[in-house]
Write a protein that binds this ligand. Structure first.
Ligand code: 5GP
Length: 137
C-alpha cells in the first residue's frame, strides 16, 4: 500500500519544519500556514484518524497539541487557538493519517473560518440524545 504523506514525513522521506518529537508523537508546521504557527501534531504510528487511534496514543498527541497551543498564546502572541481534527473526507480530512491541527488566532484575518450555524430546527433532541446515550453505555 502506498505510504501517506505523513508516514513519509515520519520516515524522513519528506522534509518538514519539526517542532517536537518523541517515540510516539511528531509535531511540525503545516505547509499551508493558515495562520502564523499553524501546526500539525501526529501519531508516528499510522492510524487513519481520531476515531481509530488507540486511546493511549491519542492522549499523547493531545498533550503535545495542548502544549503547542499554550506556547502559541504565550510566545507567538496568539489571542486564541483552534484545536481540531478532521475525520473522513466528509469532514474535510485530506490526509488519511491521524493529525491534530493547532491553529493560532490573531486578528480574525487568518486563512481559516469556523462558522457554526444553529441548525436545530426540526430535530428531535430528546430522541437524538437517547440514541447516543444508549451507545455510550
Ligand atoms: P486535513 O485537511 O487532512 O485535516 O489537513 C491536512 C493538512 O496537511 C493540510 O492543512 C495540508 O496543508 C497539510 N499538508 C499536506 N501535505 C503536507 C506536507 O507535505 N507537509 C506539511 N508540513 N503539511 C502538509
Amino acid at each position: 500500500m502506498e505510504k501517506d504523506v505523513f508516514c513519509k514525513i515520519v520516515d524522513g522521506e519528506i522534509p518538514c519544519y519539526k517542532l517536537y518529537e518523541d517515540n510516539d508523537v511528531l509535531a511540525f508546521l503545516d505547509i499551508s500556514q493558515v495562520s502564523k504557527g499553524h501546526t500539525l501534531v501526529i501519531s508516528k504510528k499510522h492510524y487513519d484518524n481520531f476515531l481509530s487511534i488507540s486511546q493511549e496514543e491519542m492522549h499523547k498527541v493531545m498533550d503535545v497539541a495542548q502544549r503547542i497551543g499554550q506556547v502559541s498564546v504565550k510566545y507567538l502572541g496568539a489571542k486564541g487557538v483552534n484545536i481540531l481534527t478532521n475525520c473522513y473526507e466528509a469532514a474535510g480530512q485530506t490526509v488519511m493519517h491521524f493529525h491534530v491541527h493547532v491553529i493560532p488566532r490573531y486578528d480574525g484575518n487568518e486563512g481559516f473560518i469556523l462558522e457554526m450555524k444553529n441548525n436545530a430546527d426540526g430535530l428531535n433532541l430528546p430522541s437524538i440524545a437517547k440514541q447516543i446515550q444508549q451507545e455510550l453505555k
